[in-house]
Write a protein that binds this ligand. Structure first.
Ligand code: SF4
Length: 191
């Protein structure tokens, strides 16, 4: 039997018996019990490199009380124009990045002179960042260059975007940075 005939026989066999004698009904039942059969799909972007491949994150859990959503699978997004479902080995292991006890899920700060990082609340982190941005801008703002041209730029702050930043976030980032006179900004993404 050639390959084409084998496949044809298998499909035509349907709920009956395949060319090799196994019951396709049981095979079909097993297929329906795959681990992604009842998952919620969330589209996202691989965070590892500037290619910015699209991924689908499968999460189990029906959002009912007393259930904890759990990521069970990550795969390439076939509808994404960059990677069309493919992932490199690093992106294919993304689930291990999400489900990792060493993953950083809260802000931390390392104070000047300190040899360790300490946890900080989101409110404190945002307040401290705001204070430092204000202080740095006040100290490094340049109204005129050496030739006397008005430039109104902040030379002490730079912005670096990540590959998972959306168009909307980048739009707001540029607006915010420009409004402060920041002229040094870049993004990792090359999309
Ligand atoms: S899957 Fe690979 S190539 Fe694509 S963004 Fe992730 S690390 Fe980069």
């Amino acid at each position: 039997m050639d390959r084409r005939t084998f496949i044809k026989t298998t499909i035509v066999g349907g709920a009956a018996v395949s060319a090799f004698g196994f019951n396709l009904t049981q095979v079909r039942a097993q297929t329906q019990a795959l681990k992604i059969a009842r998952t919620t799909e969330t589209r996202s972007t691989c965070p590892y490199c500037s290619v910015s491949c699209g991924v689908i994150i499968h999460t189990i859990g029906d959002r009912a009380k007393n259930t904890t959503p759990q990521v069970v699978h990550v795969e390439g997004d076939p509808d994404h124009p960059i990677n069309r479902g493919t992932l490199c080995p690093k992106g294919a292991s993304l689930e291990q990045d999400i489900l990792n006890e060493r993953r950083l899920v809260k802000p931390q700060v390392r104070r000047p002179g300190s040899d360790h990082w300490e946890d900080i609340s989101w409110d404190d982190a945002i307040n401290e960042i705001a204070q430092k941005v204000k202080k740095t801008r006040d100290e490094t703002f340049v109204e005129q260059d050496q030739s006397g041209h008005t430039v109104n730029r902040c030379e002490g702050i730079g912005w670096s975007g990540g590959c998972t930043d959306t168009n909307e976030l980048n739009f707001l980032a540029v607006k915010t940075m420009r409004s402060m006179g920041v002229c040094y900004f870049e993004t990792q993404a090359r999309v």
